[in-house]
Write a protein that binds this ligand. Structure first.
Ligand code: HEM
Length: 538
């Protein structure tokens, strides 16, 4: 019989052989990658590739510089020199975004996200994603969002009065973030989080979110390694304990919300005395609509989502739908402090509306408000980029041929399984060849005439990539747009806004979303200090 030491030796030998195989595979992938022939910047570090310089630069700026220098389709180096493809070619981007079975979120990104939200629609891929979207899409349709708007608008109007008398310096990001948490609570789950009225330091969800979305001020290798090497996921990283606590809080609240929502939905259908069908529900929040679709008797059992899948949508809606919108509205206010003419013009349009409580249709009928929101989401896209990875070999077509390092012009690129891509959301939104030489400037008037070239951008909304495109495009964009408009309607009618610090003190840094920090005090965390002056009654 083999002794323990023999078993140990053969176990270690197998482990060693496996590690060697993985390392050889890694170098083979690297040395044989077809991307080696593409132009791009030299790597500045064996360990970090170009990642450190990308981390230290403002979002997208370096990529934009490289595209100007090397062309629209380039390659640069990620960690350990792994090649990454970067393209602003709209034909190539369309191919990647539309073929979502081939180009998926990389396992490393899904691992990071799933630690926060669980197996919700933001994380799953393939058939499971298709099933979840099929059941969830109707809850986010135009008609449903119109009805939903009535619920949360009331809350926004009411919250405004809590700021009555505000005069002076306000940290607007945290106010908006608590406001949008309350809105998604009501609209998403018929639940009052009371984030705005309770002390932010004691409100448990508010605390959980400040942890999850805090922009990092240091680059750390551990989360990247953990994403890339599943065997090393036990390695401890900064903020692990906080993130775990935050996700446990959301999971627990999610389970409670599901239980309450199911009970309410069942009670309603019993009161109606009818079997559960598409027309027997009164609760209109997103979770109830999702349960309605999932529990309706006309859905074959094979297409239903499990309770675990439904619970995972709660943190998914919270994470995906809360800080994104508050960040967008924060950048809108910031942009308006830098363009006072636009702020004045917007206020005039909004004050001419003869109600304090407009409906969604009334909000959508305001052209300058619409232009301000579009321009904000173009120049200050809350999610500046995302990642995709090819899960099998493919050929990527290019609209604009590139010259490879051998001097040949190529109109397609061979893609090997495992290849990662950075999807340039912000860079496409402000590409000079599409939007013109002033593309970095905030000019709502540009929406009076959209440049023809913008129609080739494969985004689900507004000729831009802010909400992405294809089967994984943002499900909540209609919701977010009307919420942003409602917030701006209320705030701009009530207050004049000024930046409370010099403009060059504001910098952008990405955690999950692109949020503001002060250069003079990054350790103080994300913030946007503004000075509010009540608008005088006319
Ligand atoms: C300005 C606000 C928002 C922005 C900029 C935004 C942006 C995005 C982007 C870029 C994605 C694609 C991520 C990827 O696949 O890599 C996405 C997905 C998603 N968003 Fe949004 N979002 C916003 C608001 C919302 C709201 C309000 C909700 C929900 C109430 C929401 C729910 C989702 C969900 C569930 C997904 C995953 C969709 C899927 O993979 O099928 N988002 N969002």
């Amino acid at each position: 019989m083999a002794s323990i030491s023999q078993i140990l030796v053969s176990f270690l030998a197998t482990l060693g052989a496996y590690a060697l195989y993985k390392i050889a595979n890694f170098f083979y992938f690297n040395w044989t990658s077809p991307l080696r022939e593409l132009p791009g910047p030299p790597s500045s570090s064996i360990i970090y590739g170009n990642m450190k310089e990308i981390w230290h630069a403002e979002n997208s700026v370096l990529h934009e510089k490289w595209v100007e220098e090397y062309g629209s389709t380039i390659t640069y180096k990620s960690i350990l020199g792994l090649p990454r493809l970067y393209t602003t070619d709209t034909k190539a981007l369309n191919h990647i975004l539309m073929n979502s079975y081939t180009y998926q979120k990389p396992e490393s990104a899904r691992f990071g996200l799933s630690r926060i939200v669980g197996p919700g629609v933001l994380v799953v891929e393939g058939e499971k994603h298709k099933q979840q979207r099929r059941i969830m899409n109707p809850a986010f349709g135009a008609v449903q969002i119109r009805e939903l708007t009535e619920i949360f608008l009331r809350d926004i109007w009411a919250a405004e009065s809590s700021k009555e008398g505000s005069n002076g310096k306000i940290e607007i990001l945290s106010w908006l973030s608590r406001m949008t948490l309350d809105v998604i609570g009501l609209a998403g789950f018929s639940y009052k989080f009371n984030a705005l009225t309770e002390d932010p330091k004691t409100n448990e969800l508010n605390k959980a979110f400040s942890t999850i979305f805090r922009s990092g001020t240091r680059m750390s290798l551990i989360p990247i390694i953990r994403g890339m090497v599943p065997a090393l996921r036990w390695l401890p990283a900064d903020r692990d304990a906080e993130v775990k606590l935050a996700s446990r809080t959301m999971e627990r609240i999610g389970a409670e919300l599901l239980r309450d929502s199911k009970a309410a939905v069942q009670k309603e259908s019993l009161e109606n005395g009818k079997a559960q069908s598409k027309d027997t529900w009164r609760r209109r929040d997103l979770l109830s609509l999702l349960l309605k679709a999932n529990m309706a008797t006309d859905l074959p059992p094979s297409q239903r989502m499990s309770d675990a899948d439904v619970v995972a949508q709660v943190p998914t809606f919270l994470v995906a739908g809360h800080e994104t919108t508050s960040t967008a509205t924060t950048w809108a206010l910031y942009a308006l402090t830098q363009n006072l003419e636009a702020q004045k013009k917007l206020r005039e349009e909004l004050l001419a509306v003869d109600t304090e409580n407009p409906t969604m249709d009334q909000l959508n009928a305001l052209p300058y408000l619409d232009a301000v929101v579009r321009e904000t989401l173009r120049v200050h896209a809350p999610v500046p980029s995302t990642m995709r990875m090819a899960v099998h070999d493919d050929v990527l077509p290019l609209g604009e041929p590139v010259r490879n390092k051998n001097g040949e012009m190529v109109d397609s690129i061979k893609v090997v399984k495992g290849q990662t891509f950075l999807i340039p959301i912000l860079a496409m939104n402000r590409a000079k060849h599409i939007w013109g030489e002033d593309s970095f400037e905030f000019k709502p008037e540009r929406w009076e005439k959209v440049p023809e070239a913008a129609s080739s951008i494969p985004g689900i909304w507004g000729n831009m990539l802010t909400f992405l495109g294809g089967p994984h495009a943002c499900i909540g964009y209609r919701f977010s747009l009307v919420e942003t408009k409602a917030l701006l309607f209320t705030l701009i009618r009530a207050f004049e806004f000024e930046l409370a610090v010099p403009n060059d003190d504001i910098m952008k840094k990405s955690g999950l979303v692109q949020r503001p920090l002060l250069r003079s005090d990054p350790e103080a965390g994300n913030q946007m200090p503004l000075i509010l002056k009540p608008v005088k009654a006319q």
